[in-house]
Design a binder for this molecule. Structure first.
Ligand code: SF4
Length: 114
C-alpha cells in the first residue's frame, strides 16, 4: 500500500472521528501506558478548533498512531475518504464498518474521560 504524504499537512484530515467501543478501549490503554511527560505534552498542546485531540502539533503526526481508529487507518484509500494531496490512492469503495459506533473523539470522548 502506498504511503500518504502526511508530512507537512499539519493534521488537516485529523478532525473529530467516530469510534467504536473497542477503539476507545484501545486508546485508553495506550494513554494509560504512555509516559506522563509525553501524555501531558500531548494533552496540553493548543489545537485549532476541530483538530483531533490526539494530533501531535509538535511532531506533525498522530500522537496515538498504533492505537488510532480504523477510519484513520483507512483514510486516503476509499472513495469517501480522499486525501486531497493524493486522490489517486482512493481506489476502494465506500468505507464500511460492522461494529457499532459509540461516539466521536474530541466531542463525546475528550481528555477529561482519560
Ligand atoms: S487519532 Fe490520530 S490519525 Fe486519527 S484523527 Fe486523531 S490524530 Fe489523526
Amino acid at each position: 500500500m502506498n504511503a500518504l504524504p502526511c508530512e507537512g499537512c499539519r493534521g488537516l484530515c485529523c478532525g473529530p472521528v467516530p469510534i467504536t467501543e473497542q477503539e476507545w478501549k484501545r486508546i485508553q490503554k495506550q494513554i494509560k501506558t504512555m509516559p506522563r511527560k509525553i501524555r501531558e505534552e500531548l494533552e496540553n498542546q493548543p489545537r485549532l478548533f476541530g483538530t483531533c485531540m490526539f494530533y501531535d502539533q509538535n511532531k506533525d503526526r498522530c500522537g496515538i498512531h498504533t492505537a488510532r481508529p480504523e477510519i484513520c487507518r483507512s483514510f486516503g484509500y476509499h472513495e469517501d475518504l480522499v486525501c486531497f494531496r493524493m486522490p489517486q490512492l482512493a481506489t476502494k469503495g465506500k468505507f464500511a464498518r460492522k461494529e457499532k459506533l459509540v461516539g466521536t473523539l474530541s466531542i463525546d470522548f475528550t481528555w477529561k474521560n482519560l
